[in-house]
Every structure is written in structure tokens, then in C-alpha cells.
Design a protein around this ligand. Structure first.
Ligand SMILES: Cc1cc2nc3c(=O)[nH]c(=O)nc-3n(C[C@H](O)[C@H](O)[C@H](O)COP(=O)(O)O)c2cc1C
Length: 161
């Protein structure tokens, strides 16, 4: 099974999680391609960043990954200002028809934000996805590499079931 693991990370947590998921998929014999979303203003200060999130403005992405084929799409990204972060919003705007592809959607934050998960799932469904498995992750629940691997393995098991 071919998977695209797409993530956005500013301070490293979502990147570690995306890599743990890719490893868990590979351990099960599946190919996983990691795609980090990069924005044109990676060091933008907090105020414009928060405003963009609140007003649902997408970021500008540098070379967004093209998700043409594959059996599974994994999306990992942070909550910013109780909303989807602008890089993930921009990526969702580039999605093609997913042709029934399964999607694993994980949204990480200091607290779990189910509303953000629902928002992203809603957008993914408009691109003709198949089954979506999703989670609002509280970062402090995966505060060491072992817990993160365990969490990643659990999510991979759920999407492969
Ligand atoms: C501008 C900004 C706003 C944030 N707003 C929230 C929030 O509303 N709720 C929350 O639980 N976490 C919030 N966070 C915490 C992020 O979700 C957390 O820092 C992120 O998931 C860490 O991911 P990273 O290390 O991959 O960048 C915010 C972080 C930033 C930078």
C-alpha cells in the first residue's frame, strides 16, 4: 500500500509524530512518503499567524506536494488559535479527487480540539475520500518517544483495519 504522509510542523512535534506514523506503516510493510509542508513565511510572528488562523486564511506554500496516487493519505498538523493552521488549510485547497482513498487525520495541540478535526474531515470528504480515521491529540499525552511510537502504531492499526 502506498501512503503520503503530509505534515506541517513549526517546532518539531508534528514532524516527530508524522515520522513515527511513517515508521509504523513501514513496519507493517507499506511504503510511506513523507511530505513536509513549507510556507513562504516560516518565521512569521505570532500575531499575523493567529490572525490568519482565526480568519481562515490559507498560507502560501512552497512546492506543495502533489497527491496524485496512493491508497492512503495521512495528514498531521497543529491547532493554532482554536482553528486549523494556515498551512494545512492551504494544502487542503490543493487536494485532488481522492477517489475513495482512506485518510488518517491527526490534529495536535496543547488541548484536544475536536472542532478542528471535524473541520478538516469535512473538507477532506468534499474531495471524495473513503474512510477517515481522525483524532484530536493532546501533545502532553505523547511526551516521550515510546508513547509517541505507541500512539502512532495504534492509529496505523485503526486505519489499516
Ligand atoms: C500561534 C499558535 C497558536 C496556538 N493555538 C493553540 C490553541 O488554540 N489550542 C491548542 O491546544 N494549542 C495551540 N497551540 C499549540 C500548538 O498546537 C502546538 O504548539 C503545536 O501542535 C506544536 O506543533 P509543532 O511543534 O509541530 O509546531 C498554538 C501554537 C501556536 C504557535
Amino acid at each position: 500500500m502506498k501512503t503520503n504522509v503530509v505534515y506541517f510542523s513549526r517546532t518539531g512535534n508534528n514532524g516527530r509524530l508524522a515520522r513515527a506514523i511513517a515508521r509504523a506503516l513501514e513496519d507493517k510493510g507499506h511504503a510511506a512518503e513523507l511530505n513536509q509542508l513549507k510556507t513562504t513565511h516560516p518565521n512569521a510572528s505570532v500575531i499575523p499567524t493567529v490572525l490568519m488562523s482565526v480568519f481562515k486564511m490559507p498560507a502560501r506554500l512552497v512546492d506543495p506536494p502533489v497527491i496524485k496516487d496512493g491508497d492512503l493519505l495521512v495528514l498531521v498538523g497543529p491547532v493554532w488559535a482554536s482553528a486549523m493552521c494556515p498551512a494545512i488549510r492551504a494544502f487542503l485547497g490543493t487536494l485532488p479527487d481522492l477517489g475513495g482513498r482512506k485518510v488518517l487525520n491527526i490534529v495536535a495541540g496543547f488541548n484536544p480540539h475536536e472542532n478542528v478535526v471535524r473541520d478538516i474531515n469535512h473538507k477532506i470528504k468534499t474531495h471524495n475520500s473513503g474512510l477517515i480515521v481522525s483524532d484530536a491529540l493532546r501533545l502532553r499525552d505523547v511526551d516521550n518517544p515510546e508513547k509517541m511510537s505507541e500512539y502512532a502504531e495504534g492509529m496505523v492499526k485503526r486505519i489499516l483495519a
